[in-house]
Write a protein that binds this ligand. Structure first.
Ligand code: ZN
Length: 381
């Protein structure tokens, strides 16, 4: 019992020290001891272990404050690679990522409507291709997938588009590859990515990932909030238009019918009387001043703002981040969003809320998958 407690304390201290080195870069053992309230001996012993594992390096000498100048420590960011997958788009995407979130190798495979076992075979294919390209040991596999995901057990409960129901993705992959595997909903891990890698100044954040579908991820007090049934942030099928278009879920006027890419393209077709354009064409037209494209994007932003207003009213998070393909929708969409929020939220709360596009582009889910592994395996995020 005592031994087990000692082991836990040591692991806790090791994570604490590694996180400090991860966050601060170039820090001395003495500074770590001062900031953690651990003894110099404990810090030196744990740092020696971390250096043996190759995770920490000595980089040089710091300024002397009387006596010998201290040796500075730094994370060995290329000591391990993370194998990350994004299964949320029409291409399954994979990448090898270092401990600082820098990508080295990428592989994309077209899904081409594959579901169930065929979609799972594609996941194996992607992992095998990436494993063949690794240059350092793999710390773990991180996966962002659409659908309801029990992250604690690594089970995809329900991913309609992929035809996965109660799929024990983690145990299947851990058995096959002998590596730790972490699985999360794509919008949830995207929120974790934004929290870990986008600039922000609070511990709370809502990320809305909008593209083919719409979903949100919620970070509260620095922790992902997934809800009692793992569906926190499923705002795509909240009604925003009374008696609106029929949605794939069977209800009418869902947010996805008016603020997803498909909804916007349909609206463009209705407004112009022409066949639906591509998303690229809508973006280009809006940038070139086309008033119909700008108005449609503005209206989609306003519908999104209706849903966002509820999130702000309930959670009062000051950071709202828009990600996914919609993060390229530019000024008209953002203006519509702001207008709707300002009309629907207590003015003081609306004024204190920052709504922005993610800086992580198309990589937001891959980065989130990497954050998931870093958080679980090293405790640094
Ligand atoms: Zn719906």
């Amino acid at each position: 019992m005592q031994k087990a407690t000692h082991q836990l304390t040591k692991q806790h201290n090791s994570r604490l020290i590694l996180r400090m080195i991860y966050e601060q870069q170039d820090i001395s053992r003495a500074d770590i001891a001062r900031e953690t309230n651990l003894t110099r001996t404990t810090v030196s012993s744990i740092v020696a272990d971390l250096m043996n594992e190759g995770l920490v390096l000595e980089t040089g000498l710091g300024p002397s404050i009387g006596g010998k100048p201290p040796r500075l420590l730094r994370l060995a960011e290329d000591a391990r690679q993370l194998l990350c997958l994004d299964l949320s788009a029409s291409y399954f995407r994979g990448a090898l990522i270092n401990l600082r979130g820098e990508m080295s190798q990428r592989v994309d495979v077209a899904v081409d409507g594959r579901t169930a076992a065929a979609a799972l075979a594609l996941v194996h294919d992607l992992i095998s291709q990436l494993l063949a390209q690794t240059t350092t040991p793999i710390l773990g596999i991180g996966i962002g997938t659409p659908g309801l995901v029990d992250g604690a057990c690594g089970i995809v409960l329900d991913a309609v588009n992929l035809g996965w129901h109660d799929l024990p993705l983690r145990s299947l992959l851990e058995e096959q590859y002998g590596l730790p595997v972490y699985v999360g909903n794509d919008s949830h891990v995207a929120a974790l990515a934004s929290y870990s890698f986008d600039p922000h100044d609070t511990d709370n954040l809502v990320l809305i990932k909008a593209g083919r579908g719409i979903g949100a991820g919620i970070v509260l007090n620095g922790q992902l909030f997934v809800g009692d049934g793992f569906g926190a942030g499923e705002i795509g099928h909240v009604t925003v238009v009374e008696n609106g278009e029929l949605c794939s879920c069977g209800n009418r006027g869902c947010l996805e019918t008016v603020a997803s890419i498909r909804g916007i393209l349909q609206q463009m077709a209705t407004q112009t009387g022409q066949p639906a354009p591509t998303w690229e064409e809508v973006l280009t037209a809006a940038q070139q001043g086309d008033s119909v494209a700008q108005a449609v994007l503005h209206q989609a932003g306003a519908h999104m703002g209706t849903a966002v207003a509820h999130l702000i009213g309930i959670l009062n998070t000051r950071q709202i981040v828009i990600a996914g393909q919609m993060s390229r929708a530019g000024a008209p969409f953002m203006a519509g969003l702001h207008t709707a929020v300002n009309q629907r939220v207590l003015p003081a709360m609306a004024a204190g809320t920052q709504i922005s596009y993610t800086t992580l582009g198309d990589d937001v889910v891959l980065m989130g998958a990497s954050a998931l592994v870093l958080k679980q395996q090293l405790g640094v995020i």
